[in-house]
Design a binder for this molecule. Structure first.
Ligand code: TRP
Length: 468
């Protein structure tokens, strides 16, 4: 723990008692996948793929996951397990070990600020899903989608009516924050682990049912497959590449230290490489399933693929209204979507709460309540961005779009870049090798090469092209 660059640091790098651990390898994978799989896969991926023309965007997204996402995820988890503390302190302690300045703890701070900002609008979208649970359960889709000539329109009106109701949006957002706080306050084992056990398998099953419906009942499955997988680069510009890159980070929960925090609860002798690859594959699989469920409905009803953030809320209800047993499938689907959002939301709150409890001596309950309050307040701005405050814009975007752009397309790639540089260039090769337990294998050398060169250069090129 030798020489630190300032007294403040040397005091805080004293080894802490190591904290709670995940109960098993499977539960770590479930929790990390629970964080990764969320609104990003089901709500965001289809609508940004639609906005950026489909195939070429999807291809670039997959390349970003493989070349940038997976290596950075391994880096985050290993930093967490080696540091064994909150992201801010894990990075600080490891930087001090290598005699590097305290600069690197900026990674942790970007994480705290970024995750608050994301959670604030994330919760508003999760609120939409919450309201849709009650629509589905009360048979609203059945009634509206009974007249097939007009179903797309009346389902669309239902959604725009919701956006125009600030009170309902804020109430749903409030409920979602309360649920998040209640889980996080209970800690890793009692809270986070229980939530992911049921959610993941259930969500996969329902998505597969939906894809089955879209494949058999819409007659547009082929067109959807072509839209998602036929690569046409003329449909993609550099802004689209940035969005794909940003979304690779968003979807895998990278760039904000969330995986550092989860890694800090990871017991030894679990292969970080295998766990990261498993989580990334699962996450990608869910996003592609969501795309395959949604686009056939889009084409079958003449909807616009580039409809924006409302896409799943104006397409899936048509399917639920139309299919036999749609009331049950629809209700279950939106319940699982809320749960998927919840297991992601808790991961956005966890690093800050971990920091407040371990290093500020605040009780877990109070830390969670305090952090939840701040996020709740911020989120109200996003809820109002769709109605009362829609006239208020930043560079032509409403508050919601501006926050989404700032976090997903700037903060996450920047945070990921810093993580790659830290693990690739600052941490010693020997300590990394020890943590990854991979020896000097081809896999290890390949990972390190990609992390040191490909990841940083890739992120910087995309940034530069977007500045010009
Ligand atoms: N990955 C989640 C999703 O796809 C969102 C999320 C959770 C996230 N934790 C994160 C995004 C940390 C960025 C950083 O819905």
């Amino acid at each position: 723990m030798a020489t630190a660059s300032s007294p403040a640091i040397s005091a805080s790098v004293l080894p802490l008692e190591r904290h709670e651990h995940w109960s098993s390898r499977l539960l770590f994978i479930l929790a990390a996948a629970g964080s990764a799989v969320g609104l990003g896969n089901i709500w965001k991926f289809p609508y940004i793929a639609g906005e950026h023309g489909g195939g070429a965007f999807v291809l670039i997204y997959l390349v970003c996951i493989a070349l940038i996402g997976v290596p950075v995820m391994m880096a985050e988890v290993l930093i967490g397990r080696r540091g064994g503390q909150s992201p801010i302190h894990s990075v600080r302690i490891l930087a001090a070990k290598e005699n590097r300045a305290a600069f690197w703890q900026i990674v942790g701070w970007i994480g705290c600020v970024g995750s608050f900002l994301i959670l604030s609008f994330y919760s508003v979208i999760a609120g939409w899903a919450l309201i849709y649970v009650s629509y589905a359960f009360n048979g609203v889709f059945d009634t509206l989608a009974s007249d097939s000539a007009k179903d797309a329109q009346s389902i669309g009106n239902l959604f725009s009516g919701l956006l125009a109701a600030p009170g309902t949006l804020v109430t749903a957002h409030t409920l979602f924050i309360i649920m998040t706080v209640m889980i996080v306050a209970r800690g890793v084992k009692a809270g986070l682990e229980q939530a992911v056990r049921i959610m993941m398998p259930g969500l996969l099953l329902l998505l597969i049912i939906l894809v089955g419906y879209s494949a058999l009942a819409t007659g547009k499955f082929g067109q959807a497959v072509a839209f998602l997988f036929q690569v046409d680069f003329s449909a993609l510009n550099w802004r689209g590449v940035l969005v794909a890159l940003g979304h690779a980070f968003f979807s895998l929960s990278l760039g904000l230290g969330v995986m550092v925090a989860y890694g800090s609860y990871l017991p030894r002798h679990i292969s970080i490489a295998k766990a990261s690859v498993t989580v990334s594959i699962l996450d990608t699989f869910v996003a592609l399933l969501a795309g395959l469920a949604i686009f056939p409905v889009v084409f079958a009803h003449g909807l616009e693929p580039a409809a924006g953030p409302g896409l799943i809320f104006v397409t899936l209800p048509i399917a639920f209204g139309d299919m036999p047993g749609g009331l049950i499938v629809g209700t279950l689907f939106f319940i699982l979507l809320v749960l998927a959002a919840l297991t992601s939301a808790i991961s956005l709150l966890e690093p800050t709460v971990e920091y407040l409890t371990e290093h500020r001596g605040i009780k877990r309950l109070w830390a969670t309540l305090g952090a939840g309050m701040v996020v709740w307040l911020l989120g109200i701005a996003s809820a109002l961005a769709f109605n009362l405050w829609s006239g208020f814009t930043v560079l032509g975007n409403n508050i919601f779009d501006a926050l989404d752009f700032l976090t997903a397309n700037i903060m996450l790639p920047l945070g990921g870049l810093l993580v790659a540089l830290f693990a690739g260039w600052v941490m010693s090769r020997s300590s990394i090798q020890e943590e990854l337990e991979m020896g000097n294998t081809v896999g290890f050398r390949l990972w390190r090469f990609v992390l040191r060169y490909i990841t940083p250069v890739g992120v910087m090129i995309v940034f530069l092209y977007n500045l010009t």
